[in-house]
Design a protein around this ligand. Structure first.
Ligand code: PLP
Length: 498
């Protein structure tokens, strides 16, 4: 398999190179040259374990790459990487359990070490990178540079902390992430980790990181890479849980092989939902992929009228991991819809004017596979309360956005296929919002966590118990125009003391 830049098909890389680089030289994102040889063996699905599914997806998407060879030279090294990534890391043996809630299923993707779905990808990405480094004989030190709206940072720090030959710098917006998320990050004690807050919102932090990739002159022996969902090594692991959900529905008799299943996905950077589209391209019987947004509904508008316009007010919401105005992975859908030249053109327009408009035929193509909707702050809160009171199921704000969009969409469309709503964070990661929704009092966010437990009896994830008592190891902070200088200093520093 080869990977091509979404902005220029002449830029082509092996999977291991694409994983190590993160983003293409021209600013494009790497995409498989074709999905023709990526057909998932659906006839075997029912008998596959979770790890079989993950390893199969990786083997298909990164077919033939040396990094997937194990020590005996067999290509089944994918299974070993998956084992290293997942064994013993999830507090639930099933890394993505399905819970029936009313007529739908909720897929809980948050049982990993940092309690958000990003763990599924970010426990595996470091293993892929380390294998890619070995197989390409790369000696350089890799510095992972990441902007986070909260969850990526802690999941990336958890995945990369202590990994040899890789360092990681995480930038997060000073306002707009929760106290729990912040503490999860600044309490990571790894000699290869650096955490820094930025004066600005997530898009400022993300733009700053993109600027560093384009403009920083690196010392010899150092390479930058990304753990954001623009890295194909981050996207690929997420494809697995769509197949896994389908297998579970087959096993519990909810569907027959070939039946269509819809997925409703709380969306920010468009990585999670795009993984569902990859699954469809690989042969999964997906009905609609429903893109759920919060008040930052740039994607809802895009799917409705084909105009992507980021020139609008930015809202800090109670689902902060979805507070995004530039959904980077949408570029990959554009590429699949209209090819590299058009894609490059749209991205240039987005950069210059903050806006582009699809042609009618392009929009129709996209609309035949995707649906979209959004949920206001009030609706999100109301959804948490209603679902808890009516169905006894406790969900976080991001999941509630998706659930609310799901309910509205089913009512409107009358669609009767089985639907899986993706749950992307533990309710305990956003305890204050969940407590507000339930109409309960608390003193601060850490107190909310304990009172939520006292009120609902739902188990607190191990990594969040006593989180407020964890020591702080990082206190760096910069303004958005100081990010490049900051990284310049860090990459020239041999030993990081923090
Ligand atoms: C990152 C995140 C999302 C958005 O996922 P994307 O892949 O960026 O669309 C949704 N919910 C939570 C809790 C997240 O951490």
């Amino acid at each position: 398999m080869l990977y091509l830049s979404t902005r220029n098909n002449k830029i082509s890389k092996k999977p291991s190179e694409a994983v190590l680089e993160g983003i293409a030289k021209d600013g494009g994102l790497y995409m498989p040259k074709s999905f023709d040889d990526c057909a998932f063996p659906m006839e075997k699905l029912e008998k596959m374990s979770n790890k079989d599914i993950s390893a199969t997806v990786i083997s298909l998407l990164f077919a033939g790459d040396q990094m997937l060879k194990n020590e005996n030279g067999e290509f089944w090294g994918a299974y070993e990487l998956v084992s290293k990534a997942y064994d013993g890391k999830f507090d639930n043996e099933d890394f993505a359990p399905l819970e029936k809630v009313n007529d739908a299923y909720v897929m809980e993707l948050y049982h990993g070490p940092t309690c958000a779905f990003k763990d599924v990808a970010l426990q595996l990405l470091p293993q892929l990178m380390s294998a890619a480094k070995k197989s390409t004989g790369m000696k350089d030190e890799i510095v992972i540079l990441t902007a986070t709206s909260g969850d990526t940072g802690s999941a990336a720090l958890s995945g990369f902390s202590g990994v040899d030959g890789v360092k990681i710098i995480v930038f997060y917006p000073r306002k707009g992430i929760s106290a729990v998320q912040e503490r999860q990050m600044v309490s990571v004690d790894g000699k290869n980790t650096c955490v820094c807050s930025v004066g600005g919102n997530f898009d400022d932090a993300q733009s700053g990181v993109k600027n560093i990739f384009a403009n920083l002159t690196l010392p010899k022996g150092v390479k930058l890479s990304s753990a954001n969902s623009i890295n194909i090594g981050r996207l690929a692991p997420q494809v697995a849980y769509y197949f896994k959900a389908y297998r579970d529905l087959l096993l519990n008799g909810e569907i027959k092989m070939g039946d269509k299943v819809n997925f409703v996905v709380p969306t920010g950077n468009f990585g999670d939902i795009l993984a569902g589209y990859f699954a469809k391209k690989m042969g999964l019987s997906v009905g609609k992929l429903v893109c759920a947004s919060n008040a930052n509904k740039v994607l809802t508008d895009f799917f409705e009228n084909g105009v992507y316009n980021k020139n609008r007010s930015f809202f800090i919401t109670n689902s902060p991991s979805m507070d995004i105005l530039i959904s980077s992975n949408l570029e990959r859908l554009l590429y699949l819809t209209c090819g590299d030249e058009k894609c490059a053109d749209y991205m240039a327009k987005l950069k210059e004017n903050g806006e582009y408009k699809l042609e009618k035929s392009e929009l129709e193509k996209i609309k035949s596979e995707f649906e979209a909707g959004f949920t206001s702050e009030d609706e999100t809160i109301k959804t948490i309360k209603d679902v808890y009171e009516k169905h006894g199921y406790l969900m976080d704000t991001h999941t509630a956005v998706a659930w609310s969009v799901y309910e509205k969409w089913v009512k409107e469309s009358g669609n009767s296929d089985k639907t899986v709503v993706l749950s992307t964070a533990s309710p305990y990661k956003f305890s204050n919002s969940v407590m507000n929704a339930l109409g309960k009092e608390y003193d601060n966010e850490f107190d909310a966590l304990n009172k939520l437990n006292a009120y609902t009896g739902a188990k607190i994830p191990g990594s969040l118990i006593n989180i407020e008592k964890k020591a702080v190891f990082h206190n760096a902070t910069v303004e958005k125009d100081e990010m490049l200088d900051f990284v310049d200093k860090m990459v020239n520093k041999k030993v990081w003391n923090d």
